[in-house]
Design a protein around this ligand. Structure first.
Ligand code: MF3
Ligand code: CO
Ligand code: CO
Length: 258
């Protein structure tokens, strides 16, 4: 069941999404060579707690930490630990906050100091794919347009889309319906409607799309060890278009004029 949000729920979502976005802005200056992913986890954890929220990942289905940190060939769900990040690494930091009964979810891939050409390429394509998906997430459009648009752009850039993980409705639950695929599924007949809130979070690989899990049973990596990047926003569908709830500048996409 897709939960259409009430005006009160939308206000709750605005607040939690703002906090998630602020956490991501706050952590950026700490993403430097020499820091451990555990230290990044602890800084985010304390920040979220000090703002009256809790980190949604902590104990979610047994996840042991407060954020996900996915480095280089790691696609998603990296567990913070003693790993030290180094100049030239790329690292996705995925923040989900639970504030007053609502979850807000956003992530970003950072370069650690200098960008390598491959790191910059995959990061750029992942960002462009998320943005292209947001641009077509409009009321009245078929939901599958989002995935079709993302897949097409990834292919054009000779990158691949991870199929095993997708965006999701979000609200009182961390993961709600519908699943937001980042590739085209012609069988999907859902129409995008005002009051829907969901994430768009394509995982883009520089090499092949195939994944595998690390021994910790959480961290997902590229099977061919190629680099992978991801960006994620939580968006609200409105009568007029959409609003990116995890964008602090209040990004809105209007419906095209007719
Ligand atoms: N934040 C991730 C997402 O975008 C989910 C993380 S689940 C966890 O949906 F258990 F790994 F934290
Ligand atoms: Co998400
Ligand atoms: Co997330």
């Amino acid at each position: 069941m897709i939960r259409i949000k009430t005006p009160e729920e939308i206000e709750g979502m605005r607040a939690t999404c703002r906090l998630a976005a602020q956490t991501l802005v706050m952590i950026e200056e700490h993403v430097k060579s020499g820091v451990t992913t555990q230290e990044l986890n602890d800084i985010c954890h304390d920040y979220i707690i000090s703002h009256g929220a809790t980190p949604s990942p902590l104990n979610y289905r047994g996840f042991p930490k407060s954020i996900c940190t996915s480095v280089n060939q790691q696609i998603c769900h990296g567990i913070p630990g003693e790993r030290v990040i180094r100049k030239g690494d790329i690292i996705n930091i995925d923040i989900t906050t639970y504030l007053n009964g609502f979850h807000g979810d956003t992530s970003k891939t950072f370069h650690v100091e200098e960008a390598t050409p491959k790191g910059e390429k995959v990061r750029r394509v992942a960002l462009d794919c998320m943005n292209a998906g947001i641009d077509v997430a409009l009321p009245g459009a078929p939901l599958r347009t989002i995935g079709a648009t993302i897949e097409k752009l990834a292919k054009k850039n000779r990158c691949t889309v991870v199929h095993e993980y997708c965006g999701h409705g979000i609200g009182r639950e961390f993961h709600e319906e519908p699943a937001i695929l980042h590739y085209e599924d012609k069988r999907c007949n859902i129409t995008i409607q005002p009051g829907m809130i969901f994430t768009i979070e394509p995982m883009i690989n520089l090499g092949k799309a195939a994944i595998k899990h690390m021994a910790d049973n959480w961290t997902v990596v590229t099977k061919d060890h190629s680099l992978s990047a991801q960006f994620e926003h939580t968006i609200l569908i409105t009568e007029e278009g959409n609003e990116v709830l995890t964008d602090l500048s209040g990004r809105k996409t209007p419906l095209p004029e007719r």
